[in-house]
Write a new protein. Structure first.
Length: 87
């Protein structure tokens, strides 16, 4: 691994130190690595979501090949896709 020395606002460092004191992280380095990993996963999730939304829009023009997100019944409690109204 490569060592770096980030410059952080004093308040941010205080918050990280609080997390370390609470036992949420072993040390500052562990906290910063975890925060970066979380950010990377978040960005990857956002890119995936955007790709799904784009493909869903494309599906409206090509229903023979693709399925829109609206056509998928979501069973998750946090689902962002509105369920189709049944007649």
């Amino acid at each position: 691994m490569v060592q770096v020395q980030p410059r952080l606002p004093h308040e941010t460092l205080q918050e990280i130190d609080k997390w370390v004191a609470e036992g949420r992280f072993k040390n500052r380095s562990d906290a910063i690595k975890s925060i970066i990993t979380y950010y990377e996963k978040r960005e990857k999730t956002i890119r995936f979501f955007n790709m799904l939304m784009k493909r869903s829009e494309e599906a409206k023009d090509h229903p023979e090949n693709l399925v829109t997100l609206e056509e998928i019944e979501c069973h998750l409690p946090f689902c962002f896709i509105p369920k189709q109204q049944k007649n």
